[in-house]
Design a binder for this molecule. Structure first.
Ligand code: ADE
Length: 225
């Protein structure tokens, strides 16, 4: 899978994209993540990517032209399944959306900044708008990194133990059950006996019961309650 991220702040993406799972996925050739600085698509001395809004509102607006030229150039090289604008007024990102995006070949993530982007970009290029939650961040870079992480870890082969992506919280609308590691007794704080019993069917049942209990207590909305 290839993800192209369009931004005016490429520095913000450097470390999230080059650590841990995202780094490993790229090294294994399972994902290619390319960051494009929209300032490289300007033609003026100041590399201006924003301008004053028509109608006299406060704040600056991202210009159409650098985004147009960047996307147009990328489209010459390949077809894109989605051009996604990350914005607080998009549809809230969730696990089913991450699952669906992980099946695609090529996507563009467009990061907004300032007051917003010229609406013509949304009308003429954007196929989907995603928010990572009902709060406003300074720009779309951190949301783009969140989306890239959630999507790339689902690509087969990216996570060593393939089971582990499938047993994540939310994958079946349940929160994950508690997990423990050695020692079995730390200062008298004991791991539940059932996990040490070696009885796999009973352990699986315990895990399911715990997942259900935690979901009911912490996120009843996931159960439609
Ligand atoms: N840009 C600023 N805030 C955002 C959010 N919550 N989700 C996606 N993009 C954003």
């Amino acid at each position: 899978m290839r993800i192209d991220i369009l931004t005016v702040m490429p520095e913000m993406l450097e470390s999230p994209l080059n650590c841990s799972i995202l780094k490993r996925a790229q090294e294994k050739g399972l994902a290619q993540i390319c960051v494009h600085n929209l300032r490289d698509y300007t033609h003026d001395r100041h590399r201006k990517v924003d301008d004053y809004p028509f109608g006299g509102e406060a704040g600056m607006v991202m210009k159409v032209q650098p985004v147009d030229e960047c996307i147009t150039q990328l489209r010459v090289e390949r077809d894109y399944d989605e051009v996604i604008f990350v914005t607080p007024d998009g549809k809230t990102f969730d696990q089913p959306t991450a699952n669906a995006l992980s099946l695609l070949d090529n996507i563009i993530l467009l990061c907004g900044h300032y007051k917003g982007i010229d609406y013509r970009i949304r009308e003429h290029f954007v196929t989907r708008e995603i928010s990572i939650g009902d709060y406003v961040l300074t720009g779309g870079e951190l949301p783009a990194a969140v989306i890239a992480d959630a999507v790339v870890r689902l690509i087969p082969g990216v996570i060593g133990d393939e089971q582990s992506a499938l047993s994540d919280s939310f994958q079946d609308n349940l929160l994950a059950p508690p997990v423990y590691t050695r020692p079995a007794d730390y200062k008298g704080w004991k791991v539940p006996d059932i996990l040490l019993s070696g009885h796999q069917a009973k352990i699986d049942q315990w895990r399911y019961d715990q997942a259900l209990e935690r979901t009911r207590r912490l996120r009843p909305d996931l159960l439609g309650e």
